[in-house]
Design a protein around this ligand. Structure first.
Ligand code: IMP
Ligand code: MG
Length: 189
């Protein structure tokens, strides 16, 4: 990790080697945006941001998608401990507009057990979306508990608890531009 980053207070809680740097993330997001632009050409796109974790990825990704589109926001919480989700999903803020007939692109931060997105997929398709694709920045395939097809993913990562670039522990670290592994002593204490 570069010294200027170490000097930022929150980085002290991360393992020294960053998992993904700002530069790596931005490069990959551009590639994903190009691919999505090709795949969705001619469609009636609604991009849905899953708050709050996906917010950084969402704002960067949609700026790389060169198509007319609508945006909407949904906030959900999955019950569970601070670092493991239980799969019981609750909608805290629903979409503002109907999505029937729309080609929906769900933008999420990370797929872990897969429970949150498999709930969301069913929920959104039941509202009459014409099609639904999922873009996630991170994928932790080792932890999958339900089968889930992800259409676009940025990076496959090992089974470690990560923070930064939207991802939190106890609502903190979302503002970091990089992604790192949280030192276990932070959540074990
Ligand atoms: P899933 O339902 O188990 O796939 O959980 C997905 C949600 O769990 C994500 O939207 C995140 O909010 C959270 N999550 C899973 N792994 C991590 C992590 O390593 N860091 C931060 N949040 C995580
Ligand atoms: Mg989340």
């Amino acid at each position: 990790m570069k010294q200027e980053k170490k000097d930022r207070l929150s980085y002290a809680d991360l393992k020294d080697e960053l998992l993904l740097t700002e530069e790596q993330i931005q490069k990959r997001v551009k590639e994903m945006g190009r691919q999505i632009t090709e795949d969705f050409r001619g469609k009636d796109v609604t991009a849905i941001c899953i708050l709050k974790g996906a917010v950084m990825f969402f704002v960067d990704l949609v700026r790389e998608i060169d198509l007319p589109m609508s945006m909407d926001f949904m906030a959900i919480s999955s019950y569970g401990s601070a670092t493991k989700s239980s799969g019981v999903v609750r909608i805290l803020k629903d979409l503002d507009k109907p999505i029937n007939g729309k080609d929906v692109l769900v933008i999420e931060d990370i797929v872990d057990s897969g429970m949150t997105l498999s709930f969301l997929r069913e929920n959104l398709l039941s509202r009459g979306a014409a099609s639904l694709k999922i873009a996630t920045l991170l994928d932790k395939p080792e932890r999958r508990r339900v089968p889930l097809h992800v259409d676009y993913y940025g990076f496959t990562i090992p089974d470690e608890f990560v923070v930064g670039y939207g991802l939190d522990y106890d609502e903190k670290y979302r503002n970091l531009p990089d992604i790192g592994v949280l030192k276990p002593e932070i959540y074990e204490k």
